[in-house]
Design a protein around this ligand. Structure first.
Ligand code: AMP
Length: 401
């Protein structure tokens, strides 16, 4: 079966086409600047040259039509006909409490995703645009939704509730949901497989650290706690997001600076984190370059980032009453040897010991970076959220037959 995976943002649409017989990627690409003057479609068929096309793409329906045209294109295509696509899987950020796992797209499912717009105003509306656009272009093809929050629905009430008046949970569903669920799910499974040990026996801390970042404490293969909350702002210091702070900072700053809700939201989500402290960049590559050059602001940004990450690992080791495996994944986790080294050199009390040589290797494959003496297995595992979406899509479509 061929499955098209779609990740729709407000002005972008990422896609990957899988042949699920061998889980190979036939093509992938990205449409950027949807709704703007010149939209850019970048299409990469496996084993062939990447192509870029600039045109005017005003909304997601046209974006998907252009993608389908490329997939059957004589020169750059990988399919003879669009009919070869037998299912479409969509990434949806927020599934609230309604979606504990992936689901077939039905009018009810779409209505539920719309009800969740309030909780994910930047993410769920474009996901609905992507679903509607795919339905218009492929009306007879089953569609599946896969949620970032679903894996974390196993968290206990004592973990997911905030200690604030309970009426806010009842009335407005204010609670912790967590994000990056497909990634935490995927790397935890690959880790157990790599170690050749039963997942249920392992206490694991998975660190998904990219532009955004979250940690998950995994017990019995299930999400026990995770660092993102009602929104992706809670938890770690990130590229442009603050992560945890005293909630009173928000009202204090709003009052002193006369900021509106949207201004303070923008400050915490887009102008904080590494960017705010370094004063120059949200990208860990620039921060580590600055660290090596002895630049004071980049050094402080790095130290704060590493310290806050390490404190979370410590708190999750406490939450789990021990840790057997720590996994690093996503842009920073997979590529930054220095972040991994600095975090791990201060985790010796847990028995963590990494091998500096193994830590330097970049292979794009799951690998161990801990030394044989380490009491905790430390792994680097490239994440693959698209593959999880494709697998879930296949499973749900087959179950629905
Ligand atoms: P992601 O959100 O998972 O795509 O991660 C993107 C982020 O990963 C970038 O913004 C960088 O901060 C970080 N990144 C990518 N490559 C490297 C690298 N070689 N060293 C350090 N950070 C990196």
């Amino acid at each position: 079966m061929k499955v098209l995976v779609i990740n729709a943002g407000s002005s972008s649409l990422k896609y990957q086409l899988y042949d699920m017989n061998d889980e190979s990627v036939l093509a992938k690409g990205l449409v950027e600047r949807i709704g703007m003057d010149s939209s850019i479609l970048t299409h990469k068929p496996t084993g062939k040259e990447e192509v870029t096309e600039v045109s005017e793409i005003l909304e997601h329906t046209t974006a998907i039509r252009k993608v389908l045209d490329k997939l059957v294109d004589k020169e750059h295509g990988v399919l003879n006909s669009v009919d070869e696509i037998q299912a479409v899987g969509h990434r949806v950020v927020h599934g609230g409490e309604a979606f504990k796992s992936s689901a077939l797209v039905t009018p009810e499912a779409k209505a539920e995703i719309r009800r969740l717009f309030d909780l994910a105003p930047l993410h769920n509306p474009p996901a609905i645009s992507g679903i509607t656009a795919a339905e218009k272009n492929m009306p007879n093809v089953p569609q599946v939704v896969v949620f970032d929050t679903a894996f974390h629905q196993t968290m206990d009430e004592k973990v997911f509730l905030y200690p604030i008046p309970k009426v806010l949970y009842k009335k407005h569903h204010v609670r912790r949901y967590g994000m990056h669920g497909t990634s935490h799910y995927y790397v935890s499974r690959v880790a157990a497989e790599y170690l050749n040990r039963p997942l249920e026996d392992l206490k694991m801390i998975t660190c998904h650290i990219g532009n955004g970042g979250s940690l998950t404490a995994i017990k019995d293969g299930k999400s026990f706690d995770t660092s993102m909350g009602l929104t992706p702002l809670e938890g770690l210091m990130m590229g442009t997001r603050s992560g945890d702070l005293d909630p009173a900072v928000v009202t204090f700053v709003m009052n002193k600076e006369e900021l509106t809700i949207s201004e303070v939201n923008s400050m915490l989500n887009k102008h904080s984190g590494l960017l705010a402290i370094s004063g120059s960049s949200s990208d860990m590559r620039d921060i580590t370059d600055g660290l090596e050059a002895g630049e004071p602001n980049a050094t402080l940004a790095f130290e704060m980032y590493e310290y806050r990450l390490r404190k979370y690992i410590g708190s999750y080791a406490a939450a789990l009453n021990g840790v057997d495996v720590i996994v690093f994944t996503a842009g920073v986790g997979e590529n930054s040897a220095v972040v991994r080294e600095k975090v791990c050199e201060n985790l010796t009390y847990l028995g963590v010991e990494i091998d500096p040589e193994l830590n330097k290797i970049r292979s794009g494959e799951p690998r161990r970076i801990s030394s044989p003496n380490s009491k905790v297995e430390v792994l680097v595992i490239p994440t693959n959220e698209e593959l999880v979406i494709a697998r879930d899509t296949l499973r749900i479509v087959e179950e629905s037959k």
